[in-house]
Structure formats: structure tokens, C-alpha cells
Ligand binder design. Structure first.
Ligand SMILES: Cc1cc2nc3c(=O)[nH]c(=O)nc-3n(C[C@H](O)[C@H](O)[C@H](O)COP(=O)(O)OP(=O)(O)OC[C@H]3O[C@@H](n4cnc5c(N)ncnc54)[C@H](O)[C@@H]3O)c2cc1C
Length: 496
């Protein structure tokens, strides 16, 4: 018979049911822990939300889905066939690009087809494009094992043979150039340079400041493929929540953790409105800054994290449209005519009058997401993280500029086609998900040292506290949050 103390050691608490928290809870349950997952909101998912409006369904957060194997892996670990619970399709085109001068380009996921179409449209020789994509693939092979899928800040990590291989090929990392610097040396076409520069925004950074190593991001869509869940992005959460339940995780939705109970180097438990739950393992999926400040009540580490520049945030209009626009694909980009100007404005905490507009219409893959003959538009621009700007004014101005830009390019009155609207801005993102200043991806990668300064998945200060999610190593975005859960849980010993 176990005594109370032993039972508590077998109990694990995960704080926050974002994708990182859900994946962690599944992994801990499979390690034999009695796992409790606490989520302050009424449902799990964090940034991967859902909205219904005027007969339309919208995914409110992420829409680009790469490396689906990382989701599948969780079902396989539990001895299940992923396809029995979670289904997704490979996309033929990862994005349709529009420029103000009337040019349009499909980014086919078949790289040869893409390179041929890009050559026809931009004049850039297809060999250059394929050569650059090969370089991105090589970057991934060099960096993934060290920078993405392991706790690379640990000393032992630098003694692995892979690290020596990286050191020998250091020049190929382009750590001392910017993404834009590398890309603009590879291509002559300004349009293709802009297309590849855009991948910096996948972690909320600027191509003019982020290190060239981040050109690895293009490899995911262009060489490994882009995917989409058959029922929309929210299916990722629903499927993982189902898996967590089957693994025996207790999910406490609507129950905020208000503090963490410390004793010396150990965390003894967490406090919620229902009282204190004692446990032997705690994993936080909460943004590290509010975690330190509000839950651990430690101002020093919170300030240290705050010194790192936050990633960009987003302003999103969810528009139920009264007609269907056949010229749109699932993912569409309407580029700014002044890309450097757009990032200069973001750096100053402002929004340009000519922003790059991302338009996502999930009904292209999930027809029931919009009524027949209509569209569900998720219209997003990158905006700075919240620094106390007048968001009401910014939202009004951006809405008018976006309507003008899309109207010009699609040749119609966009305002007249909007039946209903909801808006998400950085302040609301922070309120809903506790992301510091509404940043989408924690700290930005606008420095060659960013990866080294990102908060690790474990700190020596506490012997039973781990960190996952978009604000810690290896970074934001669904695949990296899933990687953080794998890294943290690999360090946690199985329940005795
Ligand atoms: C608009 C938008 C677009 C994006 N686009 C993409 C994309 O296309 N592709 C992509 O891969 N990624 C994208 N991302 C990023 C991606 O969504 C995130 O990196 C990822 O979902 C974050 O997961 P997480 O595990 O960090 O948890 P989060 O989603 O940040 O969730 C944290 C959870 O913790 C809960 N919580 C906080 N404090 C407490 C507390 N004290 N007690 C209990 N619960 C608490 C919150 O309520 C929340 O549910 C996008 C994000 C946004 C917002």
C-alpha cells in the first residue's frame, strides 16, 4: 500500500492545455503518472481555437500545418493507429501568391512543378530555385537534431557527433548573414526574394534581421509538404484531447492555476480555485513571463525574459462572406509593395498602410465550413506585439486598407460582400491565452543569439519543474511546441 507522499510523487500536473500541454499530458500518462491537466479557459487548445459565425466555421489561430508525423507519433506511442482518430490530406499547393501588379504564383508542393511555374512567372531560372531548396534541406539535416529535437543548451549536447558535424559545416548555417541577405544573393527576381523572405514571419520575426539559418523554414513546406486536417485545424486539438482522455488524463477545464507551491528546490503542488493539488512533477505550458511573475511569483526571471524582443502578433478579421471567390486557394498571400517598409513599421511598433495580407479559406478543403456559394475568410496581417498602442485606431485603419487592397486585386467591392465580422487583436490574444503582450511565438528570432537565449525546457533551480510550449525551446508554432513536449518528457523519469 502506498502512502500519501508516494502517491503524490506519481501525480503529474500540466498547466495549460495548449498543443504543448496536451502532448505533454499524453506523454506523462504513458509514463505511468496520474496526470492532471489544468486549463483556465472553458475548452482545451489555447491558440488553436474555433469560432462560428453566420453559418461559417473558422479556425481562429494556426492554419499552416507541417510535420504532421509529430502528431501521429503521440497516437503510435499510445499503441493506436493515428488514422483511426486523426486524418489529414497533403496539399497540392502550399500557398497562392498575389502581387499588386497583377502577377500570381502557385507554390506547388511538388518542387519541380513549383520551380517551373516560378521560372515562367518571375523569370528566375528553375535551377536556382531547386538549388536553394536543396540548401534549405541541407540546413534542416544539419540543424534539426541539435537545434529542434534536443535540449541543445545542455553541455552534453555539444559533445554529440552531430554537434561536431555542425561545427565543421558552420559556414553553411549562415548564422552571420540575415535570411534576406542569403536569399537576395541566390535570386535576381524581387518577387521570389519576397516569397522566401516571408518565411521569417512563421516565427514572428523579420527577414531583414533574423539569421540566415532560419531559411530552414522554407524546407518544411517546399520539400517536406504542407498538410491540412480533413475537419480543419481544430481537429488536431479534438483528436489529442480524445487521446489524452483514453490515456487516463484528467482534464480540468475552466480551472486556472493561480500559484505554484514551492519548498526549497521542489515544487510541491499547484493551487486552483478547488484548492491545492500536490504532485511530484509539474510541467508549465504557460508563457514563461506570466508563469514566473504570477504563478511562481519570481520577478527576476520574468524581467530577464522580458529583455528579449517579443515576436510579432496578429490582427485577424474573421469575415463571413456572402459570395464565393473562385480565384482563392486555401492559403493566399497578397504581398505588400514595400516589404522592407512593412518590417520597419513593425519594429517601431506600428502598422504600415500597405501590409501583406494573408487570407485563409478553410472551406476550400472543408466545404461545410461555409454555406454553399459563400466563403469563410480569415484575413490576417502581422502587427507588433502590444506596447500600449491605440488598437481601436489601428484596427479601423487596417480594415480600411485591407478592404482597399483586396478589392483592387480581386476587382470587387469587398465591404459589400462581408455579412458578419469578428476581430482578434494582440490584447485579446493575451487575454485568451496569457501570451505576454499578445506575441504569437514567444520571443522573436531577430538576433543570431535568439536560439541560445530562449528559455530552456528545464532549469536547475527546481528539480521537478519543466517547461513546454511556444515561449520556450525550441520555439513557437505547432511542430516546435510538439517537439518541446517530447524534449521535456524525455528528461522526466517514468513514475516509480
Ligand atoms: C493567429 C495565430 C496564427 C498562428 N499561425 C500558426 C500557423 O499557421 N502554424 C503554426 O504552426 N503555428 C501558428 N501559430 C502559433 C501556434 O498556434 C502556437 O505556437 C501554439 O499553438 C502554442 O501552443 P502552446 O503549447 O504554447 O500553448 P498556447 O496555445 O499558448 O496555450 C496556452 C494555454 O495555457 C492556458 N493558461 C495560461 N495560464 C494558465 C493558468 N494560470 N492556468 C491554467 N491555464 C492557463 C491558456 O488559457 C492557454 O489555453 C499561430 C498562432 C496564432 C495566435
Amino acid at each position: 500500500m502506498m502512502n500519501g507522499e508516494d502517491m503524490n510523487k506519481k501525480r503529474a500536473v500540466v498547466i495549460g492545455a495548449g498543443i504543448g500541454g496536451l502532448a505533454t499530458a499524453v506523454r506523462l500518462a504513458l509514463k505511468g503518472y496520474e496526470t492532471h491537466l489544468y486549463e483556465k479557459n472553458g475548452s482545451a487548445g489555447g491558440k488553436i481555437g474555433e469560432l462560428r459565425l453566420e453559418g461559417c466555421r473558422f479556425d481562429t489561430g494556426p492554419s499552416l500545418f507541417t510535420l504532421p508525423d509529430l502528431v501521429d507519433e503521440l497516437f503510435t506511442l499510445a499503441g493506436e493507429n493515428p488514422r483511426d482518430h486523426f486524418r489529414y490530406i497533403p496539399l497540392e499547393s502550399s500557398c497562392r501568391y498575389f502581387w499588386d501588379d497583377g502577377m500570381m504564383l502557385n507554390a506547388w508542393t511538388d518542387r519541380h512543378r513549383f520551380a517551373e511555374e516560378a521560372e515562367k512567372v518571375t523569370g528566375e531560372p528553375h535551377e536556382n530555385i531547386l538549388g536553394f531548396l536543396d540548401e534549405c534541406a541541407e540546413l534542416y539535416d544539419l540543424t534539426a537534431g541539435i537545434f529542434i529535437f534536443s535540449p541543445f543548451y545542455q553541455f552534453e549536447n555539444f559533445r554529440k557527433p552531430e554537434s561536431l558535424h555542425v561545427a565543421r559545416n558552420f559556414r553553411k548555417l549562415h548564422a552571420f548573414s540575415t535570411m534576406h541577405g542569403v536569399i537576395s544573393r541566390r535570386f535576381r527576381s524581387p518577387k521570389l526574394i519576397q516569397l522566401f523572405d516571408r518565411y521569417a514571419t512563421y516565427n514572428g520575426s523579420s527577414p531583414y534581421r533574423a539569421p540566415g539559418t532560419l531559411n530552414v523554414i522554407a524546407h518544411l513546406e517546399h520539400n517536406m509538404g504542407a498538410f491540412f486536417p480533413e475537419k480543419g485545424m481544430r481537429e488536431i486539438v479534438d483528436a489529442l484531447e480524445g487521446l489524452a482522455n483514453r490515456c487516463g488524463v484528467t482534464i480540468h477545464t475552466g480551472e486556472e492555476v493561480v500559484s505554484v507551491v514551492k519548498e526549497g528546490k521542489s515544487i510541491r503542488g499547484v493551487e486552483t480555485s478547488s484548492g491545492i493539488t500536490s504532485c511530484g512533477v509539474v510541467v508549465s505550458d504557460v508563457d514563461v513571463i506570466p508563469f514566473y511573475r504570477k504563478l511562481l511569483k519570481e520577478e527576476g526571471p520574468a524581467r530577464k525574459q522580458e529583455r528579449q524582443e517579443r515576436s510579432t502578433s496578429a490582427l485577424i478579421f474573421y469575415w463571413a462572406m456572402n459570395r464565393r471567390f473562385e480565384e482563392l486557394d486555401l492559403h493566399n498571400i497578397f504581398f505588400s509593395s514595400d516589404y522592407p517598409g512593412e518590417f520597419r513599421a513593425l519594429r517601431k511598433g506600428e502598422v504600415t498602410d500597405d501590409p501583406t495580407v494573408y487570407l485563409f479559406a478553410s472551406s476550400r478543403v472543408v466545404p461545410r465550413d461555409a454555406p454553399a456559394g459563400k466563403d469563410n475568410w480569415f484575413v490576417m496581417i502581422n502587427v507588433p506585439y502590444d506596447r500600449g498602442q491605440d488598437w481601436k485606431r489601428i484596427v479601423r485603419a487596417a480594415c480600411a486598407n485591407i478592404i482597399k487592397k483586396l478589392g483592387r486585386r480581386l476587382g470587387c467591392d469587398i465591404e459589400a460582400a462581408i455579412d458578419a465580422e469578428e476581430v482578434l487583436d494582440p490584447k485579446l490574444i493575451e487575454r485568451l491565452t496569457a501570451s505576454h503582450r499578445g506575441a504569437l511565438y514567444g520571443s522573436s528570432s531577430n538576433s543570431r543569439f535568439a536560439a541560445f537565449r530562449r528559455h530552456p525546457n528545464v532549469r536547475n533551480r527546481y528539480d521537478n519543474l519543466w517547461f513546454v510550449g511556444g515561449s520556450v525551446h525550441p520555439g513557437g508554432g505547432i511542430p516546435l511546441c510538439l517537439a518541446s513536449a517530447r524534449i521535456a518528457c524525455d528528461m522526466i523519469p517514468p513514475a516509480e
